[in-house]
Design a protein around this ligand. Structure first.
Ligand SMILES: *[C@@H]1O[C@H](CO)[C@@H](O)[C@H](O)[C@H]1NC(C)=O
Length: 286
């Protein structure tokens, strides 16, 4: 939701403002769409095309050919725009410099849908779940450390996130979970993939908590931009995720620990709610 409402008169200009700092500092960045972004001058396909072409972008419109099921030989149609996978290699010069040590999965949860005459939100479709499963089954011949940890990013929460109210979540749960009436099998898919450690969602701008469902963390970002709704006297905020590489005797190794926290847009840019999402249970070559 970096575009929110039709008051935006130039979608491209608005997106450039949102990602401007990353470009200015030369930081590779990736984006997915919220449910509001198409409310201005570009539709969802045009938005993702634009986002994939801007400087330092590693965003993609749809899964790249190498991620496609080789048996079928051709690109299949996958619902939405901005379903893609980024595989991060180990540190340059290290033994894992050509191996995947961290997997990032991006999904388009759509905008609005009508189901049996009822207006509801989008959801992660079966075509997307199949792509996730194929992706995870693909023997990762680039990896020598087994299945590296993965994080997923999508906008609209799944209905199971409501259950987190009854669990010891970290952060604030101040608004109802707005999601589709359609129950996707996303959580079961993550669980069966085994390496998805956390999923990051948006949509409910004044929720910023993390809770755990069947071993997978679900974390809200908390509203970031001032163009969309927030809450008076509740600072806008951004969620930070840190993946730390392990250090062997004489080389950097794979991801050893994944942490998250939030930075508030207050005077001190306060850091709050730091927590560990995952720690490797193995030791690298020590
Ligand atoms: C990684 O690939 C490059 C280019 O093929 C090669 O020169 C290098 O030795 C490889 N490094 C490792 C650690 O396998």
């Amino acid at each position: 939701d970096n575009i929110f409402g039709s008051s935006t008169t130039d979608a491209a200009e608005s997106l450039l403002q949102a990602i401007g700092p990353a470009i200015e500092y030369g930081i590779p960045w990736a984006a997915i769409l919220g449910n509001h972004d198409q409310e201005s001058t570009l539709d969802r396909q045009e938005l993702m095309t634009f986002l994939s072409l801007v400087d330092f972008s590693v965003s993609q419109i749809s899964p790249s050919v190498e991620d496609d099921d080789e048996d079928q030989g051709a690109l299949r149609l996958i619902d939405g725009f901005g379903n893609y996978r980024l595989r991060l290699h180990g540190a340059p010069g290290s033994v894992l410099s050509n191996s995947t040590v961290f997997d990032l999965l991006f999904l388009d949860s759509g905008d609005r849908e009508t189901v049996q005459g009822r207006r509801t939100y989008g959801w992660i479709k079966d075509s997307q779940l199949r792509w996730l499963q194929d992706t995870s089954k693909q023997g990762d011949n680039q990896s020598i450390t087994g299945n590296p940890p993965a994080l997923a990013f999508f906008h609209i929460p799944i209905p199971e996130v409501r259950d987190l109210w009854y669990t010891p979540f970290i952060g604030q749960f101040q608004e109802g979970v707005a999601c589709s009436v359609v129950q996707s099998r996303l959580l079961q898919t993550f669980v069966s993939m085994g390496n998805v450690k956390a999923a990051f969602i948006g949509h409910d701008h004044v929720n910023d908590f993390c809770g755990n469902l069947k071993g997978v963390w679900f974390c809200y970002g908390g509203g970031f931009g001032y163009h969309a709704y927030g809450r008076p006297n509740w600072h806008r905020r951004a969620r930070v995720i840190e993946a730390k590489l392990g250090k062997g005797r004489d080389t950097w190794t794979g991801v050893e620990r994944i942490k998250t926290w939030k930075r508030l847009d207050d005077e001190d840019l306060s850091k709050i709610d730091e927590q560990v999402l995952w720690e490797a249970s193995y030791t690298f070559f020590k």
